[in-house]
Ligand binder design. Structure first.
Ligand code: ITT
Length: 196
């Protein structure tokens, strides 16, 4: 089967290609360079559906879209759906994570618990729609570490690590793709892909 991945974020394309290669190698994932719809939903699922619907309509193919972000408990789930442009419309990853660290600096929260969330929408050209979600629990580091991944990876420390704790920025691509929120959401999507 062939699925178009409705994203303009090259990091997401690379990550999905690795995740799919190790779990559903028969699935052909192609990129999307069509028009970008306005993401005016108020949940990850709504925004993922908006992106997947636009790509399915534009290409006539089954489309998959990821809407994702980091949700910080003490901030009531923010940045959440606003993660990509937390520090402004430029989508500057370094400015975003620095602002988030600044916001946490003045708050007494010893745990700094947070989670990465990925919601994947799957939309067929016939109009069938599904959404699935994956969550990666952890906490925010005090400072950025590592140059791997993208976005908030250098300040996110996943739970359940054996040995010295590292940020996702210090993970290898293989380590990240084996356990990320995106990989977890894709696992939940696999049974639905079987029907394609
Ligand atoms: P598309 O809408 O084109 O897919 P986008 O990057 O704008 O690209 P989102 O609106 O879903 O996508 O925003 C996701 C943001 O959440 C992303 O830009 C990062 O800031 C953050 N994020 C999501 N997944 C992440 C990950 O695996 N590692 C680090 N940060 C992540």
């Amino acid at each position: 089967a062939k699925v178009v991945l409705a994203t303009h974020n090259p990091h997401k394309i690379a990550e999905f290609q690795q995740i799919v290669a190790s779990t559903r190698p028969d699935l052909e994932v192609v990129g999307y360079d069509g028009p970008e719809p306005v993401e005016d939903g108020v949940t990850f699922a709504e925004n993922a559906l908006i992106k997947a619907r636009a790509a399915a309509a534009h290409t006539g193919l089954t489309a998959m879209a990821d809407d994702s972000g980091i949700c910080v408990d003490v901030l009531g789930g923010s940045p959440g759906i606003f993660s990509a442009y937390w520090a402004g419309q430029k989508k500057d990853a370094k400015a975003n994570l620095e602002l988030l660290l600044d916001q946490l600096a003045d708050i007494a929260d010893p745990h700094r618990s947070a989670q990465f969330v990925s919601t994947i929408a799957l939309v067929t050209p016939e109009g069938a729609e599904h959404t699935v979600a994956g969550v990666w629990p952890g906490r925010l580091a005090r400072e950025a570490a590592g140059g791997g991944g993208f976005g908030y990876d250098p300040i996110f420390i996943p739970d359940g690590q054996v040995g010295p704790e590292r940020s996702v920025g210090e993970f290898t691509d293989e380590e990240k793709q084996a356990q990320s929120h995106r990989a977890r959401a894709f696992q939940a999507l696999i049974p639905l892909l079987a029907t394609l």
